[in-house]
Design a protein around this ligand. Structure first.
Ligand SMILES: O=C(O)C/C=C\CC(=O)C(=O)O
Ligand SMILES: [Mg+2]
Length: 429
């Protein structure tokens, strides 16, 4: 099994009930209109029998659920067609720290090493009425039924495939109830459901992890692309935000990647398709608990990306949400990785974007709010960065809409010049 693990928050009725009043207050203002997606990156994935690391001083919550495993490439499918695209289901545990907000991506709560155990796959007769039981140290502590999900498995597959092509081995975690069970070092947590292989994991103190243990999806084909939001003060203010005091990090899945000289699709009937020129840092060796002072040793090189956003789809849930940023083909990246030794000072590079030859965006990595070593230290404090992982460092001021027919060139001085063309949905079909 391999692939990207997508997950959905606020999909159990008990969660919607608990948050109902808050949804009408800032920062949310309205209840979510679409599924609230997030990604469990490869460092979170472990198998049955492996240990869940418990970060010292944190409250760790078990979130027993089911993973839908995709069997066939799925793009824009209806709920009625979904069964044909599903290879089976597996028990999973969407382990998390407590969440006090659904406004920003919950990366620090949900993307810690080993926070996504997934069991073996099987087929299930009726996934929409499945009871999932959690036992800790042999005692039942939780039980819930998939009939209480807001969106069922087929609907989730359909809604995600509307903007992200799913490939065999990709998975969707169906959601968890509001109430979760606390895990402690030394616990054994078992997740059970009729017809699915039991998922069993011990919980160990994260300090006791063997140094060489990595948290890699066994057959992963691609590193994780972490992206920074609002990492340039001038860009934050053009979007009417004050600059963040802590990095705002979201994840872009591999379905978004496009090579140099390819096309990206502008969805019909949208007003805002914005380019974003960004310097991307490529990690060269495993980084866990790295100090800022030594963090540049973990960089292999640099590349360029265009972190397109469809801002019409912004909702104040895990903002920027996957519908805005993780659409098929909306991250042109490349054209090459430039070795670290070729860049004298990555914090003094000019970024530029041209539309049809006209210069529309210009900034400098000198203005990054959170520097490259700070970001590596920040992320590696709560997750293991692995060779091939990437950090898109954010974009400066200068956004504008792009239209079918436009040629968009983003450049980072000394690193590369990345060309992309915008096409309409019709031209792409
Ligand atoms: O939530 C928002 O509107 C802003 C999030 C990300 C912007 C981004 O990708 C960047 O600053 O770069
Ligand atoms: Mg960006």
């Amino acid at each position: 099994m391999k692939g990207t693990v997508f997950a959905v928050a606020l999909n159990h009725r008990s969660q919607l009930d608990a948050w109902r009043d808050a949804f009408h207050q800032p920062p949310y203002n309205t209840p979510p209109k679409t599924a609230v997606w997030f990604i469990k990156p490869r460092n979170t994935l472990i198998r049955s029998g492996e240990a869940i690391p418990h970060p010292e001083g944190e409250q760790v919550l078990s979130g027993a659920t089911v993973a839908l495993i995709v069997g066939k490439t799925a793009s824009k499918i209806s709920p009625q067609e979904a069964a044909d695209y599903i290879a089976g289901y597996a028990l999973a545990n969407e382990v998390s720290l407590p969440e006090e907000s659904f406004y920003r991506p919950a990366i620090k709560a949900k993307c810690r090493d080993g926070f996504c155990p997934v069991g073996d796959r099987a087929t299930v007769d009726n996934i929409d009425n499945l009871t999932i039981v959690t036992e800790i140290n042999g005692r039942e502590v939780d039980r819930w039924n998939t009939a209480d999900l807001q969106r069922n498995a087929a609907t989730l597959l359909s809604e995600l495939s509307a903007f992200a092509t799913l490939n065999p081995g990709d998975a969707i975690l169906l959601g968890t109830p509001q109430t979760r069970v606390t895990l402690h070092p030394g616990d054994r947590v078992r997740v059970l459901a009729d017809g699915l292989p039991t998922l069993e994991n011990s919980v160990i103190n994260a300090r006791e992890l063997p140094a060489q243990q990595t948290f890699a999806w066994p057959l992963s084909t691609s590193g994780t692309l972490f992206a920074l939001g609002l990492n340039y003060a001038d860009h934050a203010s053009e979007l009417d935000f004050t600059p963040p005091t802590e990095p705002l990090v979201f994840i872009k899945a591999p379905n978004t990647f496009k090579e140099h000289n390819q096309t990206s699709v502008r969805p019909d009937n949208v007003e805002y398709m914005h380019y974003e020129a960004e310097l991307v840092v490529v990690i060269g060796k495993t980084a866990r608990h790295v100090a800022e002072a030594g963090a540049m040793d973990y960089v292999a090189g640099y590349t360029v990306c265009n972190d397109y956003a469809i801002r019409d789809y912004l909702e104040n849930y895990y903002r920027p949400n996957l519908r805005v940023k993780s659409r098929d083909g909306l991250t042109p990246i490349g054209p090459q990785i430039v070795d670290k030794s070729a860049i004298a000072d990555p914090h003094n590079l000019t970024l530029r974007t041209w539309i049809n030859g006209e210069l529309r965006q210009q900034g400098s990595t000198a203005d990054l709010i959170f520097s490259i070593p700070f970001l590596i230290a920040y992320l590696s404090e709560f997750m293991t960065l692995q060779p091939g992982d990437m950090i898109a460092t954010g974009t400066p001021k200068g956004l504008a809409d792009v239209r079918p027919g436009d040629e968009v060139v983003v450049e980072v001085e000394g690193v590369g010049r990345l060309v992309n063309r915008i096409v309409s949905e019709e031209a792409n079909s």
